[in-house]
Design a protein around this ligand. Structure first.
Ligand code: FES
Length: 136
């Protein structure tokens, strides 16, 4: 094999492996595996979330926050920020949800208050019984 041909083959091999090492992780990140089994309804006691506090949980592979709002009762919102997908957190002192990535802020209905997001957080329906909260 000529030296030039060996160099071309080596460069082609390195280029291909480099491309694969970038494309594979990106494709695994972008394509989420589908779960064939839907999650069972999530049930927990109302007492777990006193007024003015929140509980973080995962339902159908989506991080949620259930908030017990003063005067407005319970609400379940996705924690996935509608800007670029970071997880928002409940700021109980200021009564809003805050995204740590780009300082996006949402009110306790999930509506955008400020920041780069333009869509509200996704809301999940709740069933509330005498002492329990059921999602799903
Ligand atoms: S990802 Fe939440 S504000 Fe950018």
């Amino acid at each position: 094999m000529e030296r030039r041909q060996l160099l071309k083959t080596s460069l082609a091999f390195l280029g291909t492996t480099t491309l694969i090492s970038f494309v594979y992780p990106v494709s695994k990140f972008l394509v989420r595996p589908k779960s064939s089994v839907p999650d069972a309804p999530l049930t927990f006691n109302k007492d777990e979330i006193p007024t003015g506090t929140a509980k973080e949980l995962v339902f159908n592979e989506t991080p949620l926050v259930v908030i017990n709002r003063r005067g407005s009762g319970f609400i379940a919102l996705s924690r996935v920020c509608t800007h670029l997908g970071c997880l928002v957190g409940y700021d109980k002192f200021n009564g809003k949800l805050v995204c740590p990535c780009h300082a996006g802020e949402f009110d306790l209905e999930g509506r955008v208050l400020s920041g780069p997001a333009t869509k509200s957080l996704q809301r999940y329906s709740l069933k509330i019984t005498a002492d329990q909260i059921i999602i799903g």
